[in-house]
Design a protein around this ligand. Structure first.
Ligand code: PGA
Length: 253
């Protein structure tokens, strides 16, 4: 039995006031009892993590970092280490989001480095994978997502390191575009990813959560979450609206 996750990636949005308002509304909407069926995680911009920690401590909602450094510490202006995220009680970190890959030149090798450091520090990495529109149209979806996943799997020395891994399949053409993958298109990739992890660690693959991301809304969440290998969502735009995000969260019941 995999406990679903509904995660909100706020990207570079928010003000002190809007963050306070959003967190208060989420806290009110997620009681301990309603949290039994699914886990909620929010990913605020790093500067709002202390505010998030303060607001959510004692609530069942978890939080994490949108990014982390490739180094443990030192002269790396502007970077935030995994240990710093942990100090503010982040449990999770997004690794390899397509915006990091496309806009900030994060290669598979960089993603792997971040994945390893996050994991060694004790964070649960959510590894994001997905193909662009051109890659899908050229029939390269399988090849691209397996390349991104294998980059991490191939260098794992101890298979138990995979036990905290969460995957997020986010087709790039569906992010922020209003075009979501159909439940069948997403299911096909999720199944492929689970099968691939099973080649390395079958029992871990069975328990591993695979989230779908890309224009998840209250209106399409139900049909996506009904698929057998979709264990929740990584939600961007719709996670900034408390009412809609809570609706998505409750729709996974
Ligand atoms: P979106 O973003 O829901 O706004 O498409 C998803 C994501 O990038 O994680």
């Amino acid at each position: 039995m995999r406990k679903p996750i509904i995660a909100g990636n706020w990207k570079m949005h928010g003000t002190r006031a809007s963050v306070a308002e959003l967190l208060a509304a989420l806290k009110q909407g997620v009681t301990s009892a309603s949290n039994d069926h699914a886990e909620m995680i929010v990913f605020p911009p790093a500067i709002f993590i202390p505010q998030t920690e303060q607001a959510l401590t004692g609530s069942p909602i978890h939080w994490g970092g949108q990014n982390t450094a490739t180094e443990i510490g030192g002269a790396f202006t502007g970077e935030i280490s995994a240990a710093m995220l942990l100090e503010f009680k982040c449990q999770y970190v997004l690794i390899g989001h397509s915006e990091r890959r496309a806009l900030y030149g994060e290669t598979d090798a960089i993603t792997v480095k971040k994945f390893n450091l996050a994991q060694q520090a004790g964070l649960q990495p959510i590894l994001c994978l997905g193909e662009t529109l051109e890659e899908r149209q050229a029939g390269h979806t399988r090849h691209v997502v397996l390349r991104q996943l294998d980059a991490v799997l191939k260098q794992i020395s101890d298979i138990q390191q995979l036990s905290h891994m969460i995957l997020a399949y986010e087709p790039v053409w569906a992010i922020g575009t209003g075009l979501n993958a159909t439940p069948e298109q997403a299911q096909e990739v999720h199944e492929l990813l689970r099968e691939q992890v099973a080649k390395y660690a079958p029992s871990i693959a069975e328990k591993m959560r695979i989230l779908y991301g890309g224009s998840v809304k209250a209106a399409n969440a139900n049909s996506l979450f009904a698929m057998p290998d979709i264990d929740g969502g990584l939600v961007g735009g719709a996670s900034l609206n408390a009412q809609e995000f809570l609706q998505i969260y409750h729709s996974i019941n």
